[in-house]
Design a protein around this ligand. Structure first.
Ligand SMILES: [Zn+2]
Length: 94
């Protein structure tokens, strides 16, 4: 799999910590200074993950699964998203 969250100019990867834990929409490459952002398709994928988290929450609220199982599903989804989203979410120049 190809790591897709990288600079469109020089292909420098954006670390996961910077992708997911900084409140920014635009990234600036540390090497060449090009600004870029996550593409619309990438936002759709990220919102799909968020929707899946809401589904897990609703399963707990409706007592379909226990709170422990719901917490496990949320944690697993979050970990899988942190690991896999950079391979599926592409970027575009801003
Ligand atoms: Zn660059």
């Amino acid at each position: 799999m190809t790591y897709k969250i990288c600079c469109p100019n020089c292909q420098t990867n954006v670390p996961r910590v910077q992708c997911f834990f900084t409140p920014r929409l635009d990234y600036r490459c540390r090497k060449c200074g090009v600004s870029f952002r996550i593409s619309a398709a990438g936002w759709v994928i990220a919102l799909g993950v968020a929707a899946l988290q809401v589904v897990w929450f609703m399963l707990v609220v409706r007592h379909i699964v226990s709170p422990a199982v719901g917490l496990l599903l949320v944690a697993l989804t979050l970990l899988l998203a942190l690991w896999l989203l950079p391979y599926f979410v592409s970027v575009q120049r801003s």
